[in-house]
Design a protein around this ligand. Structure first.
Ligand SMILES: [Zn+2]
Length: 558
């Protein structure tokens, strides 16, 4: 192998644990060498060492895995990154067992904020606190001089302090709208509890925010989300968001603080604007790229707005279409001709059929353009449509954790018969589609280990004792890991750059405490391994951006 003449500080060798390249099946190499942000060599430790030693004898910097497993970096193929950062910034009172503890957490949150800034959060449940509603006075004591607004766990009540009531313009004279309740004490004073009030609160701080301040707020949320993703072992995400997130991500990328590869799917309504300036899927830089357009075909199962071929169980309702098949077909034709990929949100079987019909009708155009159209969620496809879908070689963008989370709701709304093909990643893969797995964070956690667990066991990692839900629809551990690596790369046309460990590809790795592919034929053994697996490190572009052994996070560019 030729010797390297570059700066040895830039050359590194990773060794000392099972390194799964995903190049062919389960093969393992002893070492991987990195030069700059790319993989330079793989093989035995001595081979890689030799390949990365400079002509004047300087050897690559060693990185001993100390038994940890190294995989191609995991990518979450469906997140809402800015929204995840927003949620992470909220005070989480879920599971808090007493009013005193809740107030202590509010005081702690307030101490970390600038004067006057609101404390926002939620998740409280009065059933844990003797079933009495708290009051504004509890909050006034611990967070004076700033608004506090906390939503209940079920989302049907708000708990506000006096400053929040004042800024929201709520007084003892305020009359609640029909169906809502503004709680009062015996003397008619507001208690701070609003029931079925709806909406969110915008405080003076938000209303007065200049565009620059709004951008700074968005960047702060994204920084939090990027740190969380790295902490979970993610090297990249496919982000389904719009203007604010894109502006914030550009700020982070320019500052060198974007330690995550982000592919953006922007709202479909900007199709003509993108076409007008000639932007195509793939436009961007090494950390931030335009992936395509997100289009909604239906709603969600829980709200009975997923669009179905046959009515919901015990109902005559078939859900809500977000557009007609003709409209979607027109969008696919136009986007394909402009080299823009479509990510179509389709949950119900009628929405999935609408997607498959349009993709099939215009296949000649998008196949010639090398585009990767995809369906997001694909939770209830009719078996006939899944077969057609697979034949087209499209991407099935699915979120494994949804299945064990939604199983009871799915059986109730869709019925046991139809659930034989629900959240059916096995069937989607067998039909010939490429799986790309994700989380839909913050709807679910972005932890890929939990997603992998759900994908191979059809169980929820928080409830591993429950019988699996339709285990025949599981994929193998290798297929599941490929859906977070090779599949996620293919979904955005980046398969030559990433997804496997081989020379020339980007040096993005996920380091895990266990070899999660050690028991490839045994889903339950793999499940047990996954439950005890911890993230040891996250490497993006050859740099350790998260060190799980010390809990340290890189702050930005080196
Ligand atoms: Zn989503």
């Amino acid at each position: 192998m030729p010797r390297d003449s570059g700066d040895p500080q830039e050359n590194r060798i990773f060794f000392g644990g099972p390194i799964r390249t995903l190049r062919d099946g389960l093969s393992v190499v002893e070492a991987v060498g990195v030069r700059g942000d790319r993989i330079a060599a793989t093989g035995s430790r001595s081979e890689v060492e030799r390949a990365l030693t400079t002509t004047d004898g300087r050897r690559p910097r060693p990185f001993d895995l100390e038994g940890a497993g190294l995989l191609p970096g995991l990518v979450d193929a469906h997140v809402h990154l800015e929204n995840l950062g927003h949620r992470l910034g909220l005070l989480d009172l879920d599971g808090v067992d007493s009013l005193e503890e809740a107030c202590r957490l509010v005081a702690e949150a307030a101490r970390g904020l600038p004067p006057g800034a609101p404390v926002r959060g939620g998740g409280w449940s009065k059933s844990r606190w003797g079933d009495r509603f708290p009051t504004r006075h509890d909050l006034d004591r611990v967070a004076p001089g700033r608004p506090v607004a906390l939503s209940s766990k079920d989302g049907h009540s708000w708990w506000l302090n006096s400053e929040a009531l004042r800024q929201a313009g709520l007084t003892r004279e305020t009359v609640a709208s029909p169906g809502a309740d503004i709680q009062r004490d015996e003397s008619g004073e507001l208690t701070g509890i609003l029931r079925e009030y709806g909406g969110d609160f915008a405080w003076e701080e938000d209303r007065q925010a200049s565009p620059a301040a709004a951008a700074a707020l968005s960047a702060a949320k994204l920084r939090r989300a990027v740190a969380e993703a790295n902490r979970r072992g993610l090297v990249g995400v496919h982000d389904m968001e719009g203007r604010d997130a894109l502006k914030g991500l550009q700020t982070l990328a320019a500052d060198g603080g974007l330690n995550l590869r982000v592919w953006m799917y922007v709202p479909g309504l900007v199709l003509e604007l993108l076409a007008g300036v000639g932007l195509e899927s793939g436009f961007g830089g090494p950390y931030l790229r335009l992936a395509g357009l997100k289009v909604f075909l239906d709603g969600a199962l829980g709200s009975e707005s997923a669009s179905l071929l046959e009515p919901y169980e015990g109902s005559s309702d078939r859900g809500l279409d977000q557009m007609t098949p003709e409209e979607f077909s027109r969008i696919v034709a136009r986007a394909s001709a402009e080299r823009l990929a479509i990510a179509a949100h389709a949950i119900g079987d009628r929405a999935v059929r609408c997607a498959v019909d349009a993709f099939e009708a215009h296949r000649a155009v998008w196949q010639a353009a090398g585009l990767r159209h995809r369906v997001e969620h694909l939770q209830f496809g009719h078996p006939d449509d899944i077969r057609r879908y697979g034949r087209l070689g499209l991407v099935g963008s699915m979120q494994p954790i949804h299945a064990p989370s939604d199983r009871d709701m799915a059986e109730r709304h869709w019925g046991p018969g139809r659930c034989a093909s629900a959240y059916a990643w096995r069937t989607v893969a067998d039909a010939g589609a490429v799986l790309a797995f994700g989380s839909d964070a913050p709807v679910e956690t972005c932890d890929p280990l939990q997603g992998l667990y759900a994908a191979v066991t059809r169980r929820h990692p928080k409830d591993p004792g429950r019988e699996p839900w339709r285990p025949e629809l599981a994929v193998t551990p290798l297929e599941a890991v490929r859906a977070y690596t090779v599949g996620a790369a293919w979904a955005v046309g980046a398969e030559r750059e990433r997804g496997t460990i081989e020379p020339g590809r980007l040096a993005d790795f996920t380091l895990l405490s266990e070899d999660i592919l050690a028991r490839p034929d045994d889903p339950s053994a793999t499940g047990e391994i996954l439950l005890r697996t911890r993230v040891v490190g996250t490497v993006v572009g050859g740099r350790l951006v998260y060190d799980g052994r010390t809990g340290t996070q890189a702050s930005g560019a080196e």
